[in-house]
Design a protein around this ligand. Structure first.
Ligand code: GZL
Length: 332
């Protein structure tokens, strides 16, 4: 498990002295142009296009780069780590000014990140984190606190179950195996269970890979083996929406016979929640583009050491009674 908070505290000190080495190029101007007025070139490796969250995140990165006057090189890894590593190597070969990526899983990055460091190209993580023994391999992470999201999901379930007594049988649809949001949402949820709810039992837990098809398929299998499931905790809305189809196919009412707590807060998740099919959603903000581009400019200007090791995104929680009113103003 990642003890990210402890790691980041240690990393802050270790990184300060080494960042100067990353910004070997002459500092950029504050308008986002690079040295000698050239636009900053950012190489970005995206996880894939597996969910509504990812689509909104991709659009935010592209729109923000354009608005910031940053030259964006973008690649979609189709959820394969080897494709991300290839993309990063390609950006190194192209001598981009900054590299940013959302790592599909937490492990296996040190080698390619050392290549980026050797080339003097600073790296900014966005959305998901990595496990590394060398904190100098990236400047900062722009993204959400997934462990907190797991804890928030448990607190939302407390609200949804208000007044319920006795054992609660829970199924968990996990995100991509080895991905930070999957590891940490499960960790946060389990932490609250252990601390406050001995009567909550996770009777089935499996990855649906953050996709609708995965959620539908795994939930159907869950219901075959455990027709007595009372709650579903889904690590994202897309898996919850897929699961709803299987719940209905089993002749049960989602949101009533099986309470559903989900993460993300994408449009279709809010629509399902407005219908009472999802009971509550932990928002995970995909609109990271503006913060990322500001961070790119700061790093390229040689001021990366002024940044925190983790630039956290702000986000809220919603219950079904709030969904209809919130829908018109949702930005993704
Ligand atoms: C979370 C992000 C996750 C979303 C999923 O920040 O990495 O990946 O929760 C997406 O919808 O696929």
């Amino acid at each position: 498990m990642i003890d990210r908070r402890a790691f980041l505290a240690a990393a802050a000190a270790a990184t300060a002295g080494t960042l100067a080495g990353c910004a070997k190029k002459s500092p950029a101007k504050s308008d986002g142009s690079g040295s000698a007025g050239k636009p900053i070139t950012l190489g970005f490796s995206q996880v894939g296009s597996e969910s509504g969250w990812r689509a909104a995140n991709t659009q935010s990165v592209k729109d923000s780069a354009k608005a910031a006057g940053i030259n964006l090189k973008f690649s979609d890894a189709q959820q394969k780590q080897e494709n991300q590593i290839s993309a990063i190597r390609s950006y190194i070969a192209q001598k981009v000014d900054v590299i940013s990526f959302s790592p599909v899983v937490v492990t296996g990055w040190d080698t390619v990140l050392k290549e980026a460091k050797a080339a003097g190209i600073p790296v900014i993580l966005t959305d998901r984190s990595v496990e590394t023994s060398d904190p100098s391999l990236y400047v900062t992470l722009v993204g959400s606190d997934f462990e907190s999201e797991g804890e928030r999901a448990a607190h939302l379930l407390e609200k949804v179950l208000a007044g319920h007594t006795g054992t609660v049988k829970i199924a968990q649809l996990e995100g991509t195996t080895g991905a930070a949001p999957a590891i940490e949402r499960a960790k946060g949820f389990a932490k609250i269970m252990k601390a406050s709810h001995p009567d909550w039992k996770i009777i089935a837990s499996q990855s649906g890979d953050f996709t609708r098809a995965g959620g539908k398929q795994v939930m159907a299998a869950f219901l075959q083996a455990h027709p007595d499931i009372e709650v579903l905790f889904a690590h994202n809305d897309d898996m919850a929406i897929g699961a709803i189809q299987s719940i209905q196919a089993a002749g049960k009412a989602p949101g009533k016979d099986i309470k559903i707590i989900s993460c993300d807060g994408v449009h279709d998740g809010f629509v399902a929640m407005s219908k009472g099919q999802i009971n509550a959603i932990v928002e995970c903000n995909p609109l990271l583009g503006p913060q990322l581009m500001d961070t790119v400019k700061t790093v390229h200007a040689g001021k990366g050491s002024t940044l925190p090791r983790w630039i956290k995104t702000q986000e809220s929680d919603y219950t079904a009674d709030q969904a209809a009113a919130a829908l018109p103003s949702r930005k993704y």
